[in-house]
Design a binder for this molecule. Structure first.
Ligand SMILES: *[C@@H]1O[C@H](CO)[C@@H](O)[C@H](O)[C@H]1NC(C)=O
Ligand SMILES: *[C@@H]1O[C@H](CO)[C@@H](O)[C@H](O)[C@H]1NC(C)=O
Ligand SMILES: *[C@@H]1O[C@H](CO)[C@@H](O)[C@H](O)[C@H]1NC(C)=O
Ligand SMILES: *[C@@H]1O[C@H](CO)[C@@H](O)[C@H](O)[C@H]1NC(C)=O
Ligand SMILES: *[C@@H]1O[C@H](CO)[C@@H](O)[C@H](O)[C@H]1NC(C)=O
Length: 448
């Protein structure tokens, strides 16, 4: 069989269909086409993929096609490319010479592809990207996950050839790919990038300075540094200072020490994730206008910070003994306190939070004394306030109620306030006795 341009042709579908064979599966409801490159057989299956908006190429060693690197986009192909619906191309489990990738990119400007996704791919060697000079691709999101490629160091030339495109990129994800740092000159190319996810890599405190140097990622709004090897809260704070537009920062799953320092976070920050960072106490400064703060899965014993703009506070899985003072968080809408050591929910205080819509407070050590259980039950009776009620609310004390659901503790107002019940009853008794005595006495007086 005459296999001209097989990889590129399958990638682009519209080219020389009659000369290609592929084994593709089209999921109509998802408008998703998956082509396996390991078994190239069935041509009809490829045609069925023409309406797909997501096109996935998976499983294959493309080294033998490296010779197609010099391919040109033929005039006749351009029309076909322009009618294709595909907006996203996913490359999965591929071994791919970088020259082939560079060649495939020549076709993208004629398509409507806005997303390119590389998952579990290994790029071999490096290519010249000179032909991409001044080419602007329609792609605005680029994602690499679990990929292996040669280091980013000393690749300034490649990135400068790609800079007309990369300058316009909005979203970049490079996760689980052993990234140790981003050279300063490369960060500066991404002039309009809004979203950068570099989670699950090997960034350390020292790599923060070149990666976020002055002028790198000047428009960045979302930065995900989840699960790297960062260790100092303040080094991170200082190194991120050039990012003046940062709104959302995720530092979760880095073990951070918080030695006192004067670094202030940029006032633009609204969403801050410090989940699973080994924090024992919060003595450091937090972004003053933060609206969403995730402190879950740490070792916090208490929290005493005033954050007047805070709307969502996540404190699940800590060691808190009491609910943090409501006066510190007047704007709070969502509060999660599940998995702590809290024994009491102060009803009046929680109800003073006028915007509170969700309170998740199960898996704590509740004291089910009559009054305390009554307070929790009264809170839970507020429509849809407590999403984990009743199944996660268990009594820890007194011993007679240990293991009982808080919902099942008899704790109506009458049952709790025996005094209130007893006084009126005894007053009634006394009154009726008195009445009886008086009547009896009168009766005696009249008849006597
Ligand atoms: C298509 O994708 C949907 C959503 O993931 C899935 O439920 C369905 O089973 C798929 N169809 C086929 C035929 O595999
Ligand atoms: C990551 O990619 C490699 C190939 O480069 C693959 O063997 C491995 O299974 C992938 N790991 C995961 C978790 O997908
Ligand atoms: C994390 O950083 C420490 C030094 O700060 C180093 O010893 C360790 O090997 C690093 N771990 C990883 C997984 O990179
Ligand atoms: C914070 O990060 C963790 C992952 O470590 C994630 O599960 C959680 O949803 C994030 N919190 C917020 C508020 O986005
Ligand atoms: C539970 O609450 C009652 C009434 O407030 C109190 O007397 C008792 O000491 C508390 N028990 C524990 C274990 O805190």
């Amino acid at each position: 069989m005459h296999i001209t341009q097989p990889f590129v042709v399958i990638l682009l579908m519209g080219l020389k269909l009659s000369e290609v064979a592929g084994n593709c599966f089209f999921n109509n409801s998802q408008s998703h086409c998956t082509c396996s490159l390991l078994h190239l057989q069935n041509i009809e299956s490829l045609i069925s993929c023409l309406p797909a908006s997501v096109f996935e190429l998976q499983g294959g060693n493309l080294e033998r096609f490296a010779g197609f690197a010099s391919i040109r986009v033929e005039e006749s192909a351009v029309d076909k490319l322009q009618i294709l619906q595909v907006t996203k191309i996913v490359f999965r489990d591929l071994l791919m010479p970088e020259v082939l990738l560079a060649a495939a990119m020549k076709f993208i400007p004629y398509m409507r592809v806005t997303e390119l996704d590389f998952e579990s791919c290994t790029f071999l060697g490096n290519a010249s990207w000179f032909h991409m000079n001044r080419v602007i691709l329609p792609v605005s999101s680029l994602r690499f996950h679990n990929v292996t490629a040669i280091s980013l160091a000393d690749r300034d030339k490649d990135f400068s050839s790609l800079s007309d495109w990369l300058e316009n990129l909005q979203n970049l994800t490079v996760t689980r790919s052993q990234v140790t740092y981003i050279p300063c000159s490369i960060g500066k190319v991404f002039r309009t990038l809004r979203y950068l996810d570099v989670s699950e890599n090997c960034l350390q405190d020292q790599s923060m300075r070149p990666s976020f140097c002055q002028g790198a990622f000047p428009q960045l709004q979302v930065l995900n540094l989840h699960h790297n090897n960062l260790s100092s809260f303040y080094t991170v704070c200082e190194m991120l200072h050039p990012l003046k537009k940062l709104i959302h920062l995720d530092l979760s799953q880095n073990y951070l020490t918080t030695l006192p320092s004067l670094c202030e976070w940029q006032p633009s920050l609204r969403i801050f994730n410090l989940s699973t960072t080994g924090l024992n106490h919060i003595t450091m400064s937090l972004p003053p206008r933060v609206e969403v703060l995730d402190l879950s899965s740490n070792n916090l014993h208490s929290l005493d910070l005033a954050l007047p703009f805070l709307k969502k506070l996540h404190l699940s899985n800590n060691r808190l003994h009491a609910v943090p003072a409501a006066k510190n968080y007047p704007a709070l809408e969502v509060l999660s306190l599940d998995g702590n050591l809290i024994w009491h929910l102060p009803r009046a205080e929680l109800q003073s939070l006028r915007h509170l819509q969700s309170l998740q407070a199960g898996r704590n050590l509740y004291n089910c004394s009559c009054v305390a259980a009554n307070e929790i039950q009264a809170l839970a009776s507020i429509e849809s306030l407590m999403p984990d009620w009743p199944q996660d609310y268990m009594c820890e004390s007194p011993s007679s109620y240990q293991g009982t659901l808080v919902k099942d503790v008899p704790a109506s107002v009458l049952q709790c306030n025996k005094v209130i019940v007893i006084i009126p009853v005894s007053v009634l008794l006394v009154l009726s006795c008195l009445t009886g005595i008086i009547c009896f006495a009168r009766h005696r007086a009249w008849s006597g």
